[in-house]
Write a protein that binds this ligand. Sequence first.
Ligand SMILES: [Fe+2]
Ligand SMILES: [Fe+2]
Length: 249
Amino acid sequence: MSASIGAVIDWMLRPVHHWVWSDFDRRVRKLIAFGEVEGDGGRDILRAAELTPDPLLRRLYLAHAIDELHHADLFRRRSAALLRTRSTRSSGLFNATPLPGGHGLDDLRIDGEPDYRLLAFLHVAEKAAAGRFAIYREIVDDDPSTRAIFEEILRDEVFHMNYTYTQLARISPASYRRHVWRARASRLWKRYLRVAAVVAGLLGSAILTLQYFVLIPPFAWLAKRAEKREVPGWVPIPREHVESPTSLY
Ligand SMILES: [Fe+2]
Ligand SMILES: [Fe+2]
């Protein structure tokens, strides 16, 4: 069910994906960002290979890490090749990518995590990456070299998605489904928090702007009106005020 929700969200976001990939500068920045995420993921999985007590998982993690580092290399080289064909202009209007990268491996935590939790997390992240890269592959139809990279990476991501699920079922046969659901819920919750933080920032700016234009003008008008009533220069003290102006009491 969660997978179908993800597919529906991806389908709804298709125009945004088109918008992101249709611009040369955004395309290059997106490829550079992918290169960083894949490289970070590869190094984290390499760390997992060092820590796991399971020899089969160690071999698989190692192969997985090599794949991710290779993906990082592919993205970096492609972005560099695109940059060589044209110098990018910084539009300044929108330099970031509004959507998360394909993997979401930037959420990965290795130290102190048991293998079953890591495998569940990886399975969910790889599944999302496979769905996202399949969309990107179609969208960059005008750019055969980038499309070929997505083709190659997509094959690896499908393998990662499958081996993590098989291994999770092997090491945790009684509760592997529960681990996957928990990983999905945790991923959704983190995504929700990211979106909520962005929405909260936008709402905060909107409310402060509204306050500036709605609340401050009446006070400014009242202050100006009070200022007009003030007599300029020295003001005589009325007789009934008998206390000394220098006294504290
Ligand atoms: Fe990857
Ligand atoms: Fe992967």
